[in-house]
Design a protein around this ligand. Sequence first.
Ligand code: ADP
Length: 197
Amino acid sequence: MEERRTEETEHNMDTAILSRIEIVQGDITTQEVDAIVNAANSTLLGGGGVDGAIHRAGGPAILAECRTLGGCATGEAKITAGGRLPAKHVIHTVGPVYRDGQHGEPELLASCHRRSLEIAVAHGLKTVAFPAISCGVYGYPIPQAAGIAVQTVAAFLEGHPELDLARFVLFGPDTYNAFSSALRRLGSGQQEGEHGC
Ligand code: ADP
């Protein structure tokens, strides 16, 4: 009988970690958290979708601060104050434009989540809300993006007990359902390996 070896390191994500992740359907601009994450473009000078909604709700102070930041690379993140938003800060990150999944998109999307949380921790923030980064005009397939987002955030929370809460705020039922299933899969130990993340 041939020895069976597996490289899998699957484990059920600790329920204490999963309980620090929330998935809700709603509008990210109304969230009362320390920081909301903006799915921005690399100019940081405003755009459509969630970016437009955040600037409209937060007022011109956010854009004025963004103008001083010199843009942002894909997969990176930068922080501003929250203007008139209930959230004290906005963390602007630039998701990848989806081509075929073979151009570093999974790594860049994971990096958006990780860098946003690193910046939150560096500023002593405890609660962060994310939209579905790259899932709008940037065209990332939603189930795959959801898997990457939830796994990356859970792994980060595991190493950072000082962060109390990461909340995904999804605009419509399709994204809400995809993120909910991704979180359930993580709880049952099923990984997203086939999607390359
Ligand atoms: P990207 O360019 O990264 O794809 P988009 O803004 O086009 O960013 O879309 C990202 C996601 O944000 C989409 O799922 C979109 O439906 C969602 N979205 C748009 N407005 C809001 C909002 N006010 N609150 C939460 N999510 C939003």
